[in-house]
Design a binder for this molecule. Sequence first.
Ligand code: BG6
Length: 495
Amino acid sequence: MTAPAQPVDQFDLVIFGGTGDLAVRKLLPAMFHRFADGQILEGSRIIGVAREALDDDGYRNQIRSALNGAAESHPGKVDAFLKQVHYRSLDARKDDGWDDFAKLMGKCPDHVRVFYLSTSPDLFVDICQRLGHYGLNKCESRVVLEKPIGHDLASANRINDDVGSVFAESQTFRIDHYLGKETVQNLLALRFGNALFEPLWNAGHIDHVQITVAETLGVGRRGPYYDHAGALRDMVQNHMLQLLCMVAMEPPASLSPDAVRDEKLKVLHALKPIDDSNASQLTVRGQYRAGAAEGRSVPGYIEDLNADSKVKVEKSNTETFVALKAEIGNWRWSGVPFYLRTGKRLADRVSEIVVAFKPVPHSIFTASAGPLAQNRLVLRLQPDEGVKLWLTIKHPGPGGLRLRHVPLDMSFAEAFGVQQPDAYERLLLDVVRGNPTLFMRRDEVEAAWRWADPILAAWAGSGEAPRPYTSGTWGPSAAVALIERDGRTWDEDFE
Ligand code: BG6
């Protein structure tokens, strides 16, 4: 039996970029689920803000159609939810409408106000300055910044300084939705709630770690953003480094926000630099070409970029795939490679962390028993969240002692009979409750950029184009070579 969800106190959530893809596809459905579960009390308001001229009803209609699937599981709750949804048309760079918006927000209400900036980072500063001008940063106000925070360390610092001149660090929630995924939080439970793993969680017993975040989709309509970002900025600098930190951090003294974030920061500081002296051996970047994904033929990256754009491009140096070998220079992880790979239009949609243990030091079995395989702990983030522990056992029955490698397999959905909540459901309510444990502190973002910037500089300096790969494959063959050079292979046991 799952414990009933506790309601959160009344709040206002303002979503800048309220008609954008993230708001419509993720944030509003996340709030609907929390509402349907009884966690959002009457009187709370969700206010979409964007430039589009819409009224409350026009916005509600957009949201109603975006909720479709979610609404089916909670018939009858959609209308009540939509009553709490409002809309204001505002331009961050123009005065019109801001006076009214400030009135709507009230001077210093006795409830929490959350301003979620689901916009391009170029607008973060304008929006925050306006909020500050109207005193909306005062009292119980919080600001949520969507990634990417900047384009590199210098631009991230500028954004953080400017936002920081309006909102204190304690009011600033830098969201990385991977930290809200159930499996990622489960990593904390597995590592620090079981006596079993921690003694083995080090270079003495772990051979290597793999983190894969593979997507089958291409860049879709996000081409203009993506072509300026690329996979390293879009996925590695934030989501994948955060996953790496959760695997590699020392046990924090408690789950208090700073205890956890201090430990993650130490990992980021201990990452060995990748720069122009070693980037060509430690990294591979790729870009998808036309191919087949999920049973249909799909265009290449350049065609995707040109599909929606008036200005056509013939080539781009942006990577849609990255594989790299990271190392953490500290006692616990010395010599243990962390292989990271992520890409668009790959063979499967799957995100996994694989912790591969060292082989047993001596085999007592004869060759006829079959090979001894490594124990692996696989934490599946998607599609079907769960944990698998690969063990060696005897093949049952007569016929001599033959070894088999089998998983202890737990799918969270099957084991608990509940649909796993979307990461945003958890994180949005954490902001309302004022719990920043699963949000990135400024120094973490900076440390992540400090590691990523030299990689980007090395790629730019090399003048090499990303390696082409066919859509529907696992990326360029050089990514396979990257890990095979070390006598290892990518885990591709994704059933
Ligand atoms: C976003 C990236 O942060 O994460 C996208 O900008 C990516 O490019 C997405 O597709 C992946 O999230 P998820 O939860 O679908 O794995």
